[in-house]
Design a protein around this ligand. Sequence first.
Ligand code: TXA
Ligand code: MG
Length: 322
Amino acid sequence: METITGTDIQEARRWLREGKWVAVPTETVYGLAANALDPDAVAGIFEVKERPHFNPLIVHIAYWEQLEELCPEVPEAAMQLAETFWPGPLTLVLPRSEKVPQIVTGGLETVAIRMPAHPMMMHLILSCGFPLAAPSANLFGRTSPTTAAHVEKQLKGRIPYILDGGPSEIGIESTIVGFENGNPVIFREGGIPSEDIREVLPDIALRSAATDKPNAPGMIKEHYAPGKPLYFGTADELTKHIEARAYALISLNDHPLSQEASLHIMLSPENDLRHAASGFFEAIHEADDSHAEIILIERFPDEGLGRAMNDRAIRAAAGSQA
Ligand code: TXA
Ligand code: MG
């Protein structure tokens, strides 16, 4: 299949109406979209990504009536978050209506919904008239894409169209909030720092890695792995992994290992975690494409978007042995 990259929203809509897949820009990362109400089209997303199981997908909407259609009962706490953060990098897991196909939710009685804040994506959903189911537009287990070029690298030849909306501004996936026994819980840290969520819901729980139930529905671990060994930690921990190999180093600011690095990507000389997050996946892609043999990522401060980056880096490093 020939893959075309362009900025033509009508062309993207044409493919989606035919039940095909289009990579779409969002403010967090690029998504691999299909008509959320067409089970065959949604099934194709899993084939394109080579995802081994039917992990539930996020449904992207552009206006409030779409929320009512997909989720007839929205808890008050969810409504408060939606009103504060939509459109934006927040996903809400809510009880679903009959209209949501089973393949979208992996058979769950809940559906994940997000109103993304990217003008091209908004236009696309409005002009389609149906919501778009979309996971991140990477192959299963690989690094999330934040540019059309990242998508091409992984999905060229598998989808007809990539809608190019420029680099993703936030650069890290949405924060996911759901409910357990009626209480709000942060399922995944992401583009909206938990500190900001707590300003709206002070008592919200965070499902930490320690209490993470890997087999709970919808919480299958993502890996984010690049093609090269990747290590994550403090300067001391990272030093142990070098073993005379050429390394690419990704750090927030100056770093003791930067002198000897074959490539050093400083994410934010001003120590701005938001700015750092916007270039985070881009840095992993660049390090992966460089001549370095291994990739080192410095641990970020455990606050704001630093926690979301630490989470992604831990997962990206999970498959690499010393
Ligand atoms: O920013 C984002 O969220 C991006 C852009 C494209 O919107 N999308 C994204 O999708 O990160 P994906 O498929 O890579 O991650 C979706 C996450 C998965 O961890 C999935 O398990 C969870 O959402 N999820 C989806 N439906 C769920 C449900 N009903 N209950 C619990 N978790 C759910
Ligand atoms: Mg993903």
